[in-house]
Ligand binder design. Structure first.
Ligand code: F6P
Length: 348
């Protein structure tokens, strides 16, 4: 028999990750909201205003009407449910009453909407701190280690829901005929080695040296210290990059850059990096800023941004080593325009 998302969640009996009734109801709300967003996204140019830039910015990001509609889809239903204590979204909003906090990015990668490319919804569920009935900012400032569940929906050629309750990560595909998410990729695993990386290479000159070193070595491929050729992908949607890595491996970087000092880091800790870090770790990969494990960061503000390196464990560890060497002052990179980048130290 096909294992639907609803049956899978209800039947989850892992000692470390058995959802209670409230969490099951909350996850049911999330999956229904994701289906509604998938329907909205699929209307594309037929629902023209949805792809229109509203010309307003929320937290420095351009908003599309579809961003706002997706946000409403996540909120409506959630606000009446007794399970929620609060909600935090890229578009500011919260409610109160129950035991859990739901944080989400309703439409990640929204610059992809008007070109009909992959977008997604990222979510994370935290426990409301003991005794909190009306959550203030502090309630949401929990390290990613404390996430009870995390996941995303991806609106690509197929709509999929990928989720972890803290004991592995599983992926479900939306069956358009039955309208149910069906378990299609149980127990996702990320290979510890990788030959594919994803980064916005146009920012290269603004990166810190350890990141440039890693990137340049990948580009040098078989002719460089890594001794093998790499492939590169960049979709411009975190959900799509992480999904590719969960399915076929690789490493993703959105490192710190000096292009805009106001926005040195790109990705949001609480509702982008943390849920993705949980999924990746649960699939055997690693997630770091380059200097710290993402899930251990104690947030100091709701919309905090951090550098992100995630995916194949050995590649992430290599990047961490490069940062350590650089911070110790050991690794000096000479850049000569005619002779590429050359590091004093060979690849470790
Ligand atoms: O949330 C930010 C985001 O849209 C991510 O989904 C994506 O990885 C990144 O920004 C794309 O950045 P860039 O504009 O540099 O391609």
């Amino acid at each position: 028999m096909r294992n639907s998302f609803t049956r899978f969640i209800a039947g989850r009996k892992h000692p470390a990750a058995e959802p209670d009734g409230d969490l099951i109801a909350l996850l049911d709300h999330v999956q229904k909201a994701c289906k509604a967003i998938a329907r909205l996204a699929a209307q594309g140019a037929l629902k023209k205003p949805a792809t229109h830039n509203l010309g307003v910015k929320a937290r420095g990001e351009e908003q599309m009407l579809l961003d706002v509609l997706a946000n409403s889809a996540m909120i409506s239903g959630g606000e009446e449910s007794g399970q929620l204590c609060g909600m935090l979204s890229e578009i500011p909003e919260w409610r109160r009453c129950g035991r859990y906090l739901l944080v989400f990015d309703p439409l990640d990668g929204s610059s992809n909407i008007d070109v009909d490319m992959t977008v997604g919804t990222i979510f994370s569920i935290l426990r409301a701190p003991e005794g909190v009935t009306e959550p203030g900012i502090g309630a949401f400032l929990q390290p990613g280690m404390q996430q009870v569940a995390a996941g995303y929906a991806i609106y690509g050629p197929a709509t999929m829901l990928v989720m972890s309750l803290g004991a592995g990560a599983d992926a479900f595909t939306l069956d358009p005929d039955s309208g149910s998410f069906i378990l299609t990729h149980p127990n996702l695993r990320i290979r510890e080695t990788a030959r594919e990386f994803a980064v916005n290479a146009s920012n290269r000159r603004f990166w810190e040296l350890p990141v440039r070193r890693y990137f340049d070595e990948c580009i040098e491929g078989a002719a460089g210290p890594r001794g093998v050729d790499f492939n590169m992908r960049w979709i411009g949607s975190l959900v799509a990059e992480v999904h590719r890595i969960l399915i076929r491996g690789g490493v993703f970087l959105y490192p710190r850059d000096s292009k805009d000092p106001e926005k040195a880091d790109r990705l949001r800790l609480i509702y982008e990096a943390n849920p993705m870090a949980m999924l990746v770790e649960q699939a055997g990969g690693a997630a770091s800023t380059g200097r710290q494990r993402i899930l251990e960061i104690i947030p100091h503000e709701l919309h905090q941004r951090i550098p992100v390196v995630l995916g194949a464990r050995l590649e992430v560890e290599r990047l961490v080593r490069y940062h350590e060497a650089y911070d110790r002052g050991e690794d000096i990179i000479f850049e000569a325009p005619l002779f590429h980048s050359r590091s004093l130290f060979r690849s470790m």
